[in-house]
Design a protein around this ligand. Structure first.
Ligand code: ZN
Ligand code: ZN
Length: 390
């Protein structure tokens, strides 16, 4: 199988698929149209199995003609609640919803790869599992797992994922070993004080006062306590309290996230709870703390990373492989699948200021650079084949 030649032959089909998904974006767990197209497409390829999971998740299994390992490849399929302003002729027809992260491209790329592999199934030494995941933007992976996705996929020997990346120039591939995307947990803190008269604060207990101590404790934690070589970010993004300038409120709510680009987030979470509780106690308040997992730490397997580096260098040349400043405090719930086997996730550069494809992800002007699609497909397919053939 000549991967580059095969991709070139179906390039226009992949672009057409991606434009169709782009025109009809759907929010997390509402991707019914997208899932139907994916399912019908995989069914037409006569895979060994095509099943749905969690409503809009789709899993296809292709058994190769030769014995070998089992590889899972994941693509995310959901869009975002954003009004598109990209100016593309195939812009979203769904008001307030847009593919502003590139998941339309991910879905089309994996469908194209599945088509090529299905046509060459006799040559494949192993089994390929294609997993199309809903709701990446809000922790859809764990829900799919809870709904039995891994019973359908079987235990994978390796798990691969990727993201089109506007921050890297077109033609580049970003690769990083170990912790690559931070774990992210969302916190919600409710602080309870005692309401009263603004002119007699001593007769009340002001939860706003406690919140300032909480924020100050977080700052000290960042600067004085946490090892700077264990990147950790605690960001408060919402505070709600009070309704009138002369009334001390009873309660306050603060929300934000805790991100760790290292193992051992449990210790950070425990310290966070302690700081909040102590700050509230100091101000005579009580509190309730909720922490919800957004995504786990995405930790790239070292051996698979080495294979990916070799693959990428052969494909785009050493000078086009980015290995510095790849890791980030943002997350991807691809990480949840890594509980089931070693995995590797890479970034496909697509930034080109002349074409406007360097607009940030989740921005209304975000655009996918379609020239990156065949590059990403080739990298993904070559990596999987190198893995199976080693
Ligand atoms: Zn996103
Ligand atoms: Zn994304």
């Amino acid at each position: 199988m000549n991967i580059a030649k095969e991709i070139n032959e179906i390039k226009q089909e992949v672009i057409a698929l991606r434009r169709d998904f782009h025109r009809h974006p759907e929010l997390g767990f509402q991707e019914t149209r997208t899932a139907k197209i994916v399912k019908d497409y995989l069914t037409a390829l006569e895979l060994d199995e095509v099943q749905t999971c969690s409503g809009t998740g789709v899993i296809g299994i292709l058994k190769g003609g030769k014995p070998g390992k089992r590889v899972l490849i994941r693509a995310d399929i959901d869009a975002l609640p954003i009004q598109e302003d990209s100016g593309e002729p195939f812009s979203s027809e769904n008001p307030g919803v847009a593919h502003a992260c590139g998941h339309d491209g991910h879905t089309a790329m994996l469908l194209g790869a599945a088509k090529i592999w299905a046509a060459h199934r006799e040559e494949i030494p192993g089994t390929l599992v294609f997993l199309f995941q809903p709701n990446e933007e809000d922790a859809g992976a764990q829900i799919m797992i809870d709904d039995g996705a891994m019973e359908i996929t079987g235990k994978p020997d390796a798990i691969f994922g990727y993201h089109l990346w506007a921050n890297f120039p077109l033609g580049k591939i970003g690769i990083h070993p170990g912790p690559t995307m931070a774990s992210s947990y969302y916190f919600k803190v409710k602080i309870h004080g005692k309401g009263g008269h603004g002119g007699e604060p001593h007769g009340a207990i002001n939860p706003i006062d406690a919140a300032t101590y909480v924020l100050s404790a977080i700052k000290s934690f960042h600067t004085l306590e946490q090892d700077v070589f264990q990147p950790t970010v605690i960001t408060c993004c919402m505070i709600h309290a009070g309704q009138k300038e002369i009334i001390v409120p009873d309660d306050l709510e603060m929300e934000g996230s805790i991100r760790c680009l290292h193992e051992g987030h449990e210790a950070v979470h425990a310290r966070f709870r302690e700081m909040v509780e102590q700050a509230c106690k100091l101000c005579r308040c009580t509190c309730e703390i909720e922490l919800k997992c957004g995504n786990s730490l995405l930790n790239n397997d070292e051996t698979l990373t080495a294979l990916a580096l070799e693959t990428a260098e052969a494909l785009v040349g050493t000078e086009n492989v980015i290995t510095k400043n790849v890791a980030m405090m943002g997350g991807d719930d691809f990480a949840e699948f890594l509980q089931y086997g070693p995995g590797f996730y890479f970034f496909i550069g697509m930034g080109d200021p002349a074409k406007g494809t360097d607009a940030h992800h989740h921005n209304s002007k975000f655009k996918v650079n379609e020239e990156a699609l065949p590059i990403g497909m080739e990298m993904q397919m070559a990596l999987v084949m190198n893995y199976l053939n080693q």
